[in-house]
Design a protein around this ligand. Structure first.
Ligand code: OAD
Length: 288
């Protein structure tokens, strides 16, 4: 009795067809890809992994990916931080000093979120789940990645549609509608606050994000000025042989990684170029 244990990544059709040619049509007829084949007393044990081993694509997204949906970025000309003082609306001190202003600021952001839709870039990222294991790590507090169909989205800076207790941070709720009012309380009776990471506060999700970047095969950074840490530091965790793509129409701080490509386009158009490169396998030797 002879045993051949075939183990390998035979994920795509081409390789399965190569195997078929190699075994020959007569033998192939007896193949049960999940089990054994028997040919005239010879038993060939086959363990063929039919499931495609997908590459891990880790995406760090920022406000720019939602810009074409009509949501303002923060640091561009005309961006939110030109209209508001960050420390007056997005810090814990602001919450203590002027709760009404903070509530109003996030109520307006939340109200707008109900009026916008995911754009071509969000949709393209969701579509990549057909061919890649896609993990999105976003600094955005909107839910446009989810609404576009992305299934793995980690929010570093919180979520606009959620609110939480001010005395027990584990009590997080999805707000019904867009308006959070003074006097809206959690089940323990404390005022609810936006479920947002404010300046000066810890970013608990960063611990979950780091291993995702450490395991990336391909990393995409889209629509972020890479100004805010610890989020911007995540790309330092990608392996040396991981291809790194940046999609942003503007200059970015220097990124020291050997396989970096900056696609200088807005998110929608940039995603077209990026997906073309991925689907033609060019991430192995990326080009602009
Ligand atoms: P920024 O406003 O700092 O950066 C937005 C980036 O998007 C810039 O690099 C722009 O060039 C780029 N951009 C603009 N339009 C674009 C488009 N149509 N397509 C693609 N890119 C475009 O926003 P973030 O980097 O996301 O934090 O900011 C990070 C954090 O700072 C935010 O999460 C927020 C903010 O303060 C908190 O509120 C905690």
């Amino acid at each position: 009795m002879y045993g051949i244990h075939l183990v390998g990544d035979l994920g795509d059709r081409l390789k399965v067809n190569e195997l078929k040619c190699w075994l020959g049509a007569k033998v192939w007829r007896f193949c049960n890809l999940k089990g054994n084949i028997e040919i005239a007393g010879l038993q060939i044990r086959m363990s063929i992994f039919m499931s495609k081993k997908m590459k891990k694509l880790v995406v760090l997204s920022g406000a720019g990916v939602s810009a074409e949906s009509g949501i303002s970025t923060f640091r561009d000309a005309g961006g939110l931080w030109e209209k508001y003082d960050i420390m007056e609306v997005a810090s814990y001190d602001a919450w203590l000093n002027n709760q009404a202003l903070v509530l109003e600021f996030y109520n307006q952001r939340r109200k707008q979120l109900y009026e916008v839709e995911p754009n071509a870039a969000h949709l393209a990222l969701a579509d990549l789940e057909k061919d890649f294991e896609v993990q999105i790590v976003t600094q955005n507090v909107d839910d446009l990645h989810e609404r576009a169909g992305s299934t793995k989205v980690l929010h570093l800076h919180g979520e606009l549609k959620k609110v939480r207790s001010t005395i027990d941070s584990s009590l997080v709720y999805t707000l019904d509608g867009w308006e959070l009012k003074k006097g809206d309380t959690c089940e323990k009776g404390s005022q609810l606050r936006p479920h947002i990471v404010w300046f000066g506060e810890a970013v608990p999700a960063i611990q979950e994000a780091i291993p995702l970047f450490e395991q990336a095969d391909i990393c995409l950074v889209i629509g972020t000025s890479l100004n805010v840490y610890p989020a911007a530091g995540l790309i330092q965790y990608i392996p040396r042989n991981c291809a790194l793509f940046l999609i942003d129409p503007n200059d970015l701080p220097p990124v020291y990684h050997p396989k970096t490509v900056h696609i200088r386009e807005k998110a929608g158009k940039g995603m077209l170029s990026f997906t073309q490169q991925l689907r033609s396998g060019k991430e192995e030797r990326p080009t602009v």
